[in-house]
Structure formats: structure tokens, C-alpha cells
Design a protein around this ligand. Structure first.
Ligand SMILES: Nc1ncnc2c1ncn2[C@@H]1O[C@H](COP(=O)(O)OP(=O)(O)OP(=O)(O)O)[C@@H](O)[C@H]1O
Length: 310
């Protein structure tokens, strides 16, 4: 197995008496898109800034490609975007990238052109940054962060403030970077639906702690499901189902079954109803939506939790 591009082990960060990050450990492998998901104030930015060496952890360690952050060679391996995308407004896209190339002291004369191509900026290359759409400005910011072809890209809320088209653009771009360049991407977001579409792995951060971690592909199996059905006599349907061994109750306007035996085998439920003389007039397996799933994971039923008060 390849070495992780990033490894955090037992990272904590205290601000006075506040423990903003509490013993967080995870890895991001090359080509992996890892999303840290959490409510406002969960500690996402602090984790990201710790990875970038902008915040010194109170405990624990961070390694990039097996090297500690004190190792100067690590700087060349990391690209980041932790502020809102910005650029010199009066300079063109190409000039903005050229400035970044010089600041990075990159010798390669083709670095700027390569970035223009890779980030799909060719038709905008000679336009001033101030006339770019938010999506294209974000592309430029990403192109700048990736100019030196780092192994690890760190992005704080990369699609914040983008319109739906911009979100799709950034998502497509990150997927390409991960797939074609093997870049490891660590990003943060507070919207599960958004990260579920881009990330390959999700870590749920809440009150500084990593509550849960899972492959995005496993998400459909983790969300709760229930079966809803309607009949011409719902009371009788509940009795028939109980006799057939299915726990059912009357919900608003429908009979509800939460047992996995029912959600896995809706056909068996329908058969039991038909045999009991109350055939279903409607039947559907309902999946919990992603936001509801996320809020349940972090136990955030209360409005003050949702606003991230801590
Ligand atoms: N420099 C600091 N000094 C004191 N407290 C801080 C500092 N930086 C962050 N905090 C606190 O640490 C906690 C975690 O903040 P952080 O910004 O990491 O969360 P976040 O998940 O990124 O939130 P958001 O989504 O709102 O950006 C918060 O309670 C915040 O107020």
C-alpha cells in the first residue's frame, strides 16, 4: 500500500480553556478526496491550519509523505486555499499565475501554461481577474495553489459562495486532480450533500472530535430507511402485518415499518398484505436525506447546536 500523503496522529489544539481540536487522527492517501465535515465551530479550520503549519498543535503530530512539518521540503509538497479566492484584479489570469510562479521560484517556464491547460482556463487566460465569474476565480485560485504540483491540496470550504455551476466546476476539477495527478485532497465543508458528491472519504468532526469516518460509497447503507405504505384499511393492515411478524405502526397518512426486514424485502410485506386481504395501494422505501443523517450523527436536534454554539 502507498504511504499516506497526510497523517494526523492524536492532534489537539487548545485555545485557553477551549479545546478546539481533541485528539484527531486520520490519513489521506494519494488520489483520495477526504472531506472534514462539521458544523460551524466544529474545529475544521483549526485542523486545516494545523496541517499547514499555521497553527501549532498543543499535542499530537502531523506528517506529510512521512515527513514532519518542520522539514522544509514539505512546503513544496503542499498547496492550499484557506481564504476566499482572490487575485490581483487588474492582472490577467496568466499574469496572476506568473506572479505566483515567481513567488514560488518555480524554474519551469511551462508551469503557467500547464496550469492554464490543466484548469481549463485557456479561454480566460488573457482576461483580467476582476471580470471573472466566481467559478473561474476559484479555478484561478486552485490553479495557483497547484502551480508547483503539490502532492497534497488543502482547501477550506472550497465551494462556499459558488453558484451551482461553479460547484460542479470545482468538483469536476478536484476529481480530475485526484484521478489524473494522484493529488491527495483534504477539504472542509459543513454540507454533507456537497461533500458526498466530491469526497471519497468523509470524517465527521464535532466539538473538536472526529466522531466518525467512512467511505462515501458506504453512505447509502448508513442512512436510515423506512417503508411507507397505504391501503384501503390501515388499521387492518397493521394487524395483518403484525400477524406476519412485521412491526408496523400508523404514521401520518401512511403505515410505517422501520425494521430492516421490511425495508430489505418490501415484496414480502406486499405479499403478506395481499394474503391478508388488504393489498397495498402505495408502497415506497424512504431514505433519510443526507442533511438529516448528518444532523443525527452529530446529535444536533436543537437549533442552538445547528448554529454551532459551543
Ligand atoms: N485563534 C483562536 N483563538 C481562540 N479561539 C479560536 C481561535 N480559532 C478558533 N477558535 C475557536 O475554536 C473553535 C473551532 O473553530 P474553527 O474555526 O476551527 O471551526 P470550523 O469548524 O472551521 O468552523 P467554521 O465552519 O465556522 O469555520 C471555535 O469555537 C472557535 O471559536
Amino acid at each position: 500500500m502507498t504511504a499516506p500523503a497526510l497523517r494526523l496522529q492524536g492532534v489537539s489544539k487548545n485555545y485557553g480553556t477551549l479545546r478546539a481540536v481533541d485528539r484527531v487522527s486520520f490519513e489521506v492517501r494519494p488520489g483520495q478526496l477526504y472531506a472534514l465535515l462539521g458544523l460551524n465551530g466544529a474545529g475544521k479550520t483549526t485542523v486545516l491550519r494545523t496541517v499547514l503549519g499555521m497553527v501549532r498543535p498543543s499535542a499530537g503530530s502531523v506528517t506529510v509523505l512521512g515527513r514532519g512539518l518542520g522539514d522544509r521540503s514539505v512546503r513544496a509538497e503542499v498547496g492550499y486555499l484557506v481564504e476566499a479566492a482572490s487575485a490581483y484584479p487588474e492582472l490577467t489570469v496568466r499574469e496572476n499565475l506568473e506572479v505566483a510562479r515567481r513567488l514560488r521560484r518555480l524554474g519551469s517556464p511551462t508551469a503557467v501554461q500547464d496550469a492554464v491547460e490543466l484548469f481549463g482556463l485557456r479561454e480566460h487566460a488573457d482576461r483580467r481577474a476582476r471580470v471573472l465569474s466566481q467559478g473561474n476565480l476559484q479555478r484561478l485560485a486552485l490553479a495557483r495553489a497547484m502551480l508547483h504540483r503539490p502532492s497534497l491540496l488543502v482547501l477550506d470550504e472550497p465551494v462556499n459562495g459558488l453558484d451551482p455551476a461553479g460547484v460542479v466546476e470545482v468538483r469536476t476539477l478536484l476529481e480530475r486532480l485526484a484521478r489524473e495527478q494522484g493529488t491527495a485532497v483534504l477539504l472542509s465543508s459543513h454540507i454533507l450533500g456537497e461533500v458526498a458528491r466530491v469526497a471519497t472519504r468523509i470524517g465527521v468532526l464535532h466539538r473538536g472530535r472526529l466522531l466518525d469516518e467512512f467511505a462515501t460509497a458506504a453512505l447509502p447503507d448508513r442512512v436510515r430507511r423506512h417503508l411507507e405504505l397505504t391501503t384501503r384499511d390501515d388499521d387492518r393492515a397493521v394487524r395483518v402485518l403484525a400477524a406476519a411478524g412485521f412491526a408496523a405502526h400508523r404514521g401520518p397518512g401512511a403505515v410505517v415499518l422501520q425494521d430492516a426486514r421490511a425495508t430489505d424485502r418490501p415484496d414480502a410485506v406486499a405479499t403478506a398484505l395481499v394474503h391478508g386481504g388488504v393489498p397495498p395501494t402505495g408502497l415506497a422505501v424512504i431514505r433519510e436525506d443526507l442533511e438529516a443523517h448528518f444532523l443525527r450523527l452529530v446529535g444536533a436536534g436543537h437549533p442552538e447546536e445547528r448554529s454551532g454554539a459551543r
